[in-house]
Each structure stands twice: as C-alpha cells, then as structure tokens.
Design a protein around this ligand. Structure first.
Ligand SMILES: Cc1ncc(C[n+]2csc(CCOP(=O)(O)OP(=O)(O)O)c2C)c(N)n1
Ligand code: SF4
Ligand SMILES: [Mg+2]
Length: 334
C-alpha cells in the first residue's frame, strides 16, 4: 500500500498528543507527596485539551510545589517567593494568546504573597491558579504557614500554633470581582481532574485550593479524611462538577450546590470538616482586567515591535544630527 506524503502529514496532524509530550524532568518530590498527583492531573489536562506546549506557561513562586514547571515540557517561570501571581499577570498582559497556569504554595500565596493574591482576585485576569495547600512550609523544612491548623507543632511553633488557620476559600470569596473558587483534595484524582478542567475552561481567574499531603513533615495529617469518605462533602451540580455513579458509591456524602450562589458558597467554604470538594463559586460575567485594558487596542506584531524600537531608541547615543529623531522617539512614548 502506498501512502502519500500529504496523507502522512494529515495522520501526524490528527495524532492524539501523548502524555509524554508534556512530561518534563523526573519529579524530585518525596514519594507519597500530593504534588505528584497534582502534576499528573495537570499533564492529563494538557493532553486532553491538546494544548500546544509552546503556547502554555506554568508560573510559580518558591517552594516544593513551585518546582512543578520544571516537570512540564512547556514554558515555565520558576519565580520569586510570593511573586508567582504578578509574574503571571505580566505574562498574561503581554501575551494574551498563551494559556497561563499559576502554581503556588500556602506559604507562597497566603503568607509572603498575600497582597498579590488579593489584588489578583480583584483583577480577575484569565489565569488558572492552583494553590497546593499542605498547611506547612515544605521546602524549608516544616515551619507553620497561615493555613496550619491551630495547635500544629512545627519548627516555628514548637508548643503548637496559637492562631486559627486562615481559610483561603473564604478569603478569596470575600474579594471584589471574585469569579471562580473551587476546592479539591490530592487523593481523589477523578474529582481533582474535573475541577482543574473546569478551572481551565473558566474565563477569568480560577482559584483552586488543593489540599495536598506532605508525608515528609506532616505524616498522617489528612488521615482522618482519607480513611473516612463520609468526611468529604462532594458538591454536585450541572453547573459545577458531576459526581460519577462509581465515585458516589464510595463518597456518599453529597450535596447539590449551584455555584452561582455566592452566599451559600461562603457558608460551605467556612466548614473544614467535612471537607467540601467541588466548585463553590463560578461567575463568568466578571470583567477581566486584560480585556478592559486592551479594549480596542490590537496588540499586533507591528505594534509590539514599534514599542520595542521606541524603548531601545531611548537608550541610543545619538549623533547631533539625529537629535530631532530622538525627540520624536521620546514623544512617541508619551
Ligand atoms: C523572599 C524569600 N523569603 C523566604 C524564602 C524561603 N522560603 C523558600 S520556600 C518557603 C516556604 C515554602 O512554603 P510553601 O509556599 O507552603 O510551599 P511548599 O514548600 O510547602 O510547597 C520559604 C519561606 C525565600 N526563598 N525567599
Ligand atoms: S517536603 Fe513535603 S511538600 Fe515537599 S516534596 Fe516532600 S512531601 Fe512534598
Ligand atoms: Mg506549603
């Protein structure tokens, strides 16, 4: 049988992208670390959505979780502690054609990066934000984080932490312009994938808090919930995620919740036990900052090149006769 070149090309084009296409280096996380499950879910999403690696960016701060971009064969930016969100916003602003994911830890997002977090919610730029919440500083070896539960013994709180934990869900739901909030746990992969997929498809900032196991510093921390499926409350709705019949047999504690209802979302979010899992809030109509800013302004290649030229011209040492051109270049920037 003769196969023509054009046919080969068509076949190549139609070929399903494999998972390996998105798998970067071998993860260096501890075995049993929940970050591995989150990475697997993210790679499956990229494959299922056939994302082009050169059009996909993972931006992170610093922490064990923030190593995730190294394990993706896409673009990545392993940034500065607490600064994942502003870096991602810059990427989004300059390159609206890219899929931008943000990977951040509970220390990274809710402690040093807290101010950026609040404002990122308000700006509602199109970003998929994954908060790996292991309730501890993992990378720096077990200091309490803002989400550590009261009484948790750590290197910074040897007698147990004194304060009630900050709740990332209620905080996010309290910010003006919030548009998507969900909660997942690393040990129910089916729901984790469904939630990350819904977050990816949301237009605006989708905030997904993922309770993540850190067996190195907090072994057995989530054991109660792992061993008793009744202590997981699955939120089921046609506008949220659907609980499959097989999953429903194990996780019988379910509740219908319409993610359009923000008051109910806040009530659900304030409960820690049972752990609510699903989409708490979704509003696709909240304005997105990058669209407000870019409205009517086409960021064509010519536009970007002209901006670059003008910027470079500012630093050029001009001969006397070019002074007029320099003045014109400066004027173009104002
Ligand atoms: C500006 C700055 N301050 C402090 C640190 C030290 N540091 C690195 S990671 C980290 C906390 C990481 O905890 P978390 O964000 O929860 O991530 P995890 O390791 O648990 O995934 C800290 C305090 C740093 N790298 N840079
Ligand atoms: S220290 Fe904890 S969070 Fe970091 S890789 Fe190990 S298990 Fe994961
Ligand atoms: Mg942490």
């Amino acid at each position: 049988m003769t196969i023509h070149a054009s046919e080969c090309l068509l076949r190549l084009y139609d070929e399903e992208p494999e998972l390996e296409k998105y798998q970067g280096g071998m993860p260096r996380w501890c075995s049993g670390c929940g970050d591995n499950a989150i990475l697997a879910a993210v790679q499956r999403l990229c494959r299922d959505e056939k994302l082009r690696p050169e059009k996909t960016v993972f931006v992170s701060g610093i922490g064990c979780s923030s190593r995730l971009p190294h394990y993706m064969k896409t673009y990545g930016f392993h940034g500065v502690h607490g600064r994942a969100l502003p870096v991602a916003e810059g990427v989004r602003m300059a390159r609206p054609d890219l899929h931008v994911f943000v990977v951040t830890g509970d220390g990274d997002c809710c402690s040093i990066g807290a101010a950026h977090w609040i404002h990122a919610i308000r700006y509602n730029m199109n970003l998929t934000v994954l908060l790996h919440d292991n309730q501890i500083y993992g990378l720096t070896k077990m200091q309490a984080s803002p989400t550590s539960p009261r009484g948790l013994r750590s290197n910074t709180t040897p007698r147990g932490s004194y304060l009630e934990a900050l709740n990332p869900l209620t905080v996010t739901l309290g910010v003006q312009n919030v548009s998507f909030v969900a909660q997942a746990v690393d040990w129910i992969p089916e729901v984790l994938s469904d939630i990350i997929s819904a977050a990816f498809h949301h237009k605006g900032l989708s905030f997904v808090r993922i309770l993540q196991r850190c067996p190195e510093w907090l072994p057995n921390h989530f054991e109660w919930w792992l061993n008793d499926p009744q202590r997981i409350l699955l939120l089921d709705h046609e506008r949220g995620i659907r609980v499959s019949p097989s999953l429903g047999k194990v996780y019988r504690n379910q509740q219908p919740h319409d993610p359009a209802d923000i008051d109910r979302a806040r009530e659900i979010a304030s409960v820690n036990d049972p752990i609510p899992v699903g989409i708490l809030y979704r509003n696709p109509d909240v304005p997105r900052y990058e669209e407000l800013r870019h409205a009517g302004q086409l960021r064509t290649t010519e536009f970007i090149k002209a901006g670059l030229e003008a910027e470079l011209d500012r630093f050029t040492v001009w001969p006397q006769e070019k002074e007029e051109e320099k003045a014109a270049a400066d004027a173009a920037l104002t």
